[in-house]
Design a protein around this ligand. Structure first.
Ligand SMILES: [Zn+2]
Length: 309
């Protein structure tokens, strides 16, 4: 009900903005204005757009994209954009309606649209939806980058050569990143390859890099973990003597602390192995403030804690 009302307000604001004929920044500096949702998408746009694109991200560090509702300011930015990029696969579930409206008269691209659905995992939360957390498998994010490259070339063909060169360099960096993840995760013995986190963001990471992943909440953070969920997870940790569990930047800490307390009640001690960046990157300028930095931080944190380093 509340969401419906908000959506209505947003649509009205959109219509107002459209009638107002707001001017885009691109008119003044000759750049394309690209607005994107999560930081990881904005990161791709910055890397491939380079000097030709003003990349504006809506969701900052610590923001939960599952719950994020576009503000009036966001709607203005979206309305003024030359192109909009978002993750898709129902990640930005509260923005679907706004994005759909906008797609009627501008280029709105879910960057996951080129992925081979046969390789995607099912969402445990929504029927007929895929797990949206595809950035945790680096080759998927390379596909996403290609989608951004091709879209920019389409709307700004004069700068095709630059977009191609930028994309080539970025894709090469992601090749190295993928190799790093494979190399580091290979150090963890099979029996220790269990990743316990607050919500099911790491299924692709687990599936492709060989970890069992247990999340306390479902794939979306919309559902609160129940006491039963906490107890079941605690029992599993004690039974399997799992040394470390992890908190996430975009999910309240108390969920995973409740698990730790339930484990301690059974006389076993589980470490909180550190903070993982699941659905949002770290602060701008920090080591996890880029997509690549975020992936490296997560891998280092997971591997380090599970190996007790
Ligand atoms: Zn998530």
């Amino acid at each position: 009900m509340k969401i419906k009302q908000l959506s209505l307000i947003i649509i009205l604001l959109l219509l107002l903005a459209a009638c107002g004929g707001a001017t885009t920044e691109s008119a003044s500096d000759g750049k394309i204005t690209a607005v994107s949702t999560i930081g990881m998408v904005t990161d791709i746009v910055e890397n491939i757009g380079g000097d030709h694109v003003n990349a504006i991200g809506l969701m900052g560090p610590g923001t939960d994209p599952h719950l994020y509702v576009a503000s009036a300011g966001d709607v203005t930015k979206l309305s003024d954009a030359d192109v909009i990029f978002y993750n898709g696969l129902f990640l930005e579930s509260q923005m679907e309606e706004v994005l759909e409206q906008l797609s009627e008269n501008k280029t709105v691209v879910p960057i996951t649209k080129g992925l081979d659905t046969a390789q995607l995992l099912a969402s445990p939360d929504y029927d007929d939806e895929f797990d949206p957390h595809v950035w945790f498998y680096v080759p998927f994010w390379q596909e996403a980058a290609i989608q951004v490259r091709d879209t920019l070339i389409e709307i700004d063909p004069d700068n095709q050569a630059d977009y191609e060169a930028n994309a080539d360099a970025y894709l090469e960096e992601l090749d190295a990143l993928h190799a790093y993840v494979e190399e580091q995760t290979a150090r963890v013995p099979d029996a220790q390859r269990v990743l316990v986190t607050a919500h099911d963001a790491f299924s692709y990471f687990g599936h492709f890099y060989g970890f069992d992943v247990l999340g306390l909440q479902g794939i979306s953070t919309e559902s609160e973990a129940s006491t039963d969920d906490v107890q079941n997870l605690a029992d599993f940790i004690v039974e399997n003597q799992i040394p470390a569990i992890f908190i996430e930047s975009s999910v309240p800490v108390r969920t995973i602390e409740a698990v730790q307390a339930a484990v301690q009640d059974q006389g076993f001690d589980v470490e909180i192995g550190g903070e993982l960046f699941s659905d949002a990157m770290g602060d701008t300028g920090s080591s996890a403030g880029t997509y690549q930095g975020m992936v490296r931080h997560n891998v280092d944190t997971i591997v380090g804690a599970l190996l007790g380093e």
